[in-house]
Design a protein. Structure first.
Length: 626
């Protein structure tokens, strides 16, 4: 299966460049290449083939070049390359010591604004042995990044003809998400400039003239998160996203569309009344409205929001999800990445109110497959809460047939299972199971109150909702009550642990990247700000921490054979979370097994490990549910 992403429309509106990620089974790795597509859908071809891969494609303002980030030709860090659209080899146009995280073309096409991480000098030139970690930060761990030092990320102005690099921002804070006004005069960016940034999720929008020595000024002052600034076509307004929560930890909320006038510098919130998260905001060509993606109860739709009144209309409908959307300003329409339960993401153009499929990268993947049956459902939890889910059944399913059930629980918890192509649940269903996705309380797409209902109360309402789904599928005759299992990764693994410690009906479970003895994770993972704000410090709130650790302390009451999995280098939910439960199960004699994936972070990226995980899940379920 290919992964299509990052569409970018040419200035003349006739072409789209995008990424396609594919897997090399022999090398056991994946890489991304750039492809080109005509807007009319008649021409489509691969642009790059380098083993290093390419990311972040962009068109130069004049449309003569396609730029991208890559580490080709032995680069230690990603550099910006430019590929002539009329043909020829890509040319490296930067030679930066630090790592380039983001870049933006200036409107005249002569310069780039670069977001660059400070260089890492931890490895000595003589021995290649890393120096000791010297840490003084409040939050000192982050998944993938590892142990955190005090280096930052700053913005620079790179002159392409001369190669000159001017510093735009510096100091102890970091600056990210650069945006340049269409008139070329202004630079907006995002920064957390609170006294101790590690202790909160604050970020504000800052504005400065696009020149060396200019002084940034804060445009927002919300205690939560302000992010993703986008200038209007006339450079007179900045659209952005604001978190609904202004807590120190903003996860229990979602993003609202806001607009700031360059005249009065006052923010106006436009999508508060929707009570749904929006993202991927883009100005229409006339500056009168914005397009955005909006989550809504298992779906992600494209909406248009009036920039003056906040009035909105939904442009798409149906059981699908959009992963990305970019405007075609020349043709006054847009292109989006769309997925359905039977189609992995492909590019679609929106014309005359209709969607037209452009790419067909998934055709060869789908051709030999018989896909499971997919349908939405709603269950009712014991307290009366309506919970939305998605059910997958084998393509051979016959009405009245009772199947072994697997409830596979999403992570987050603030996320949603959607009507998209879900490979994991498809594979389980193809193995003969009824498979349920459940948007338990804490999930997004159902409003802020639904998200915040689990605040400081983990393992209660989520478990009630998971059990409610099991009861519903038994009552409707789909699930065999004697053959039910469950599983999940991350918060899905955590909820799995909570559920098997609450309900002994489940005959098999797989808990990936989960934890139960929450007290032991204080100081060992990346969530220190959340813990201290939501739960309080353990030495003052010991009973709270112990209550949320109940699966570990009730292990002798658990009856469910459970496969525990973890990633060796995970700083999100460290491997100790799985190790502790595995050891406890071994001690009391519950059937169990522990699988640890070497050198993997919270998300497993090695293709053979991804396959191994699915095979082990199915083997475990087959052993206890068939």
């Amino acid at each position: 299966m290919k992964t299509v992403s990052s569409p970018q429309v040419s200035p003349d509106g006739n072409w789209i460049v995008y990424q396609v990620r594919s897997v090399d089974s022999a090398k056991d790795k994946s890489s991304s290449d750039l492809w080109m597509m005509g807007w009319d859908g008649k021409e489509n071809w691969q642009l790059t083939y380098d083993a290093a891969g390419e990311s972040a494609p962009k068109w130069s303002p004049d449309g003569k070049y396609i730029s991208f980030l890559s580490t080709r030709t032995g680069d230690k860090n990603s550099q910006v390359y430019a590929l002539p659209t009329k043909g020829g080899e890509p040319k490296r146009i930067t030679n930066i010591k630090g790592s380039i995280n983001e870049y933006v073309w200036t409107p005249d096409g002569q310069k780039l604004v670069l977001s660059i991480s400070d260089p890492d000098y931890s490895d000595t030139a003589a021995s290649k042995i890393r120096k000791p970690y010297v840490i003084n930060r409040y939050q000192f761990k982050q998944d993938r990044e590892g142990y955190l030092d005090s280096t930052g990320t700053h913005l620079y102005l790179f002159d392409i003809p001369s190669g000159k690099l001017d510093t735009l921002t510096s100091g102890v804070y970091s600056e990210t998400q650069p945006a340049i006004s269409p008139d070329g005069k202004w630079l907006a960016f995002v920064s957390n400039r609170t006294q101790v940034p590690d202790k909160n999720d604050n970020s504000d929008i800052y504005l400065m003239e696009l020149k060396k020595g200019a002084v940034p000024q804060a445009l927002t002052s919300w205690k939560g998160s302000d992010s993703r600034p986008v200038f209007s076509p006339d450079s007179r307004h900045i659209a952005y996203l604001q978190s609904t929560s202004q807590d120190d930890f903003t996860m229990y909320g979602h993003s609202i569309l806001g607009v700031i006038s360059m005249d009065d510098r006052k923010p106006r919130l436009l999508s508060s009344q929707l009570d749904r998260p929006v993202q991927n905001i883009r100005w229409e060509a006339d500056g009168q409205a914005l397009l955005a993606l909006m989550e809504d109860d298992r779906r992600v739709q494209v909406i248009r929001v009036n920039a003056s009144t906040g009035a909105h209309e939904t442009l798409t409908s149906g059981d699908h999800s959009f992963y990305g959307m970019e405007l075609n300003t020349a043709k006054k329409t847009w292109v989006g990445l769309r997925s359905t339960p039977t189609l992995p993401a492909e590019l679609f153009a929106f014309e005359s109110g209709q969607l037209r499929q452009l790419t067909h990268h998934q055709d060869s993947f789908l051709a030999p497959l018989q896909l499971p049956l997919v349908e939405g459902f709603q269950s009712t939890s014991k307290d009366g809460t309506k919970v939305s889910g998605i059910l997958y059944k084998p393509h051979t399913y016959q009405a009245g047939q009772k199947l072994p059930l697997v409830i596979f629980i999403h992570g987050g918890p603030v996320a949603q299972d959607e009507f998209d192509f879900d490979m994991t649940r498809m594979v389980y269903a193809a193995a003969g199971y009824a498979v349920a996705a459940v948007n338990y309380r804490g999930s997004s797409g159902r409003g802020v109150a639904y998200i915040r209902s689990i605040y400081g109360d983990w393992g209660n309402k989520e478990v009630m909702d998971v059990v409610g789904v099991a009861n519903h599928l038994v009552a409707t005759g789909v699930a065999d009550p004697a053959r039910m299992g469950l599983g999940g990764w991350s918060y899905g693994g955590i909820t799995t642990n909570y559920t098997i410690a609450t309900d002994t009906r489940f005959k098999a479970a797989v808990s990936g990247a989960g934890s139960s003895l929450q007290l032991s994770l204080y100081g060992s993972d990346q969530y220190i700000a959340q813990y201290e704000y939501e739960l309080g410090v353990p030495w003052k709130n010991r009973d709270k921490w112990l209550a949320l650790s109940y699966p570990f302390f009730k292990v002798d009451k658990i009856k469910t054979p459970t496969l525990f999995m973890a990633s060796e280098s995970d700083f999100n939910v460290p491997v100790a979370g799985a190790e502790q439960m595995y050891q406890a199960f071994k001690s009391v004699g519950i059937p169990t097994e522990l699988v640890i994936y070497p050198k993997q972070y919270h998300g497993i990226s090695v293709p053979s490990y991804q396959i191994d995980r699915l095979k082990r899940h199915i083997a475990w379920y087959n052993k206890y549910l068939k």
